[in-house]
Write a protein that binds this ligand. Sequence first.
Ligand SMILES: [Zn+2]
Length: 269
Amino acid sequence: MTQVPILTYHANNINGMAYQNNDHVALQEDLQLIHDLGFRIISLDELMQWKAGNMSDSEFEKTVVLTCDDGTWFDYHDVDHPTYGKQISFFNILKNHQQQTHTPVHMSNFVIVSPAARVILDEKCLVGRGWWTDDWWLAAQKSGLMAIENHSWDHNHGVLDNKNADDDSFKAIDNQADCDRQLKQSQEFLSRFFAGQHPVKYFAYPYGNFSDFLRYEYLPTQGTQLGLVAAFTTEPKHVTSKSHLWAMPRYVCNNDWNNTEQLKNLLLA
Ligand SMILES: [Zn+2]
C-alpha cells in the first residue's frame, strides 16, 4: 500500500547546535538523507491530488512532504541567535539544497496569523527583537519553495491573555465563537494578505490536537466554505488513501525521530 510521511520541523527549536537540539541542523542532515535514499519531496498540493485519486500510486512511492510550524524569522531569514550564533533559515537550507541537488524542494509553513499575538509571542517566547513578523510571507510564497498555510489566529497560546488557554491543547476551541476567532478570522486575514494570489487551503492544529466540534462539525462545513480542504495533526503515522481529511497525520522532528538513522527507518517503513 502506498503511504507518504509528512515531516514537521520547528525553526524555533534552537537549544544548541546539534541535531537533537536544533531543527536547522536536523533539517540539513535530513535533506541529505532524503536525497541519498532517492526519495522525492512533494508539496501538500501534490499529496492531496494523489489522495483524491487523481494520480497513480506508483508515482508516490518514495515520496515525502515537508512542513514547519509557527512562522518566525528563523523560517525565512538567517538570524544571529543570541546564544548559539548564526542560524541558517529553513528557507535558505531548502534553497541551498535545491541548488546543490537540482531536485524539487518544497515546504509548507503553518504560520500564526494574528499580528498582535505575534508581537507578544516575540517578546515572551523569543527575545523581543521583532522576529515574528510577516514581512517575508509574500517572498516565501512567490519563491515556490515555501508555501504559507494557516496555524490559527493565535495558537490559543498560554502567554496570551486567552480565556481558553490550556498549556498544550487546542481542545478548548470547541464552539462557534472560538472556532470563528481562530479559523474564520485567520482565513480572512490570509485571503486579504495574499489578495487572492494564494488561496490558503491547509490548517495545522496548534499542539496537534482538536475538539470534536472543530474536527467533525466546523471544519467539514464552515471550514470548507472558508476554502480549507484538509487539517493536520501530529499523530505519528504515514498518510494513506484512507487518512481523514480533517485529521491528517504528521511526524515531528526531535519528537518522533531524533537522528537520521531513526528517520531512515521511518521513511523505509
Ligand atoms: Zn505550533
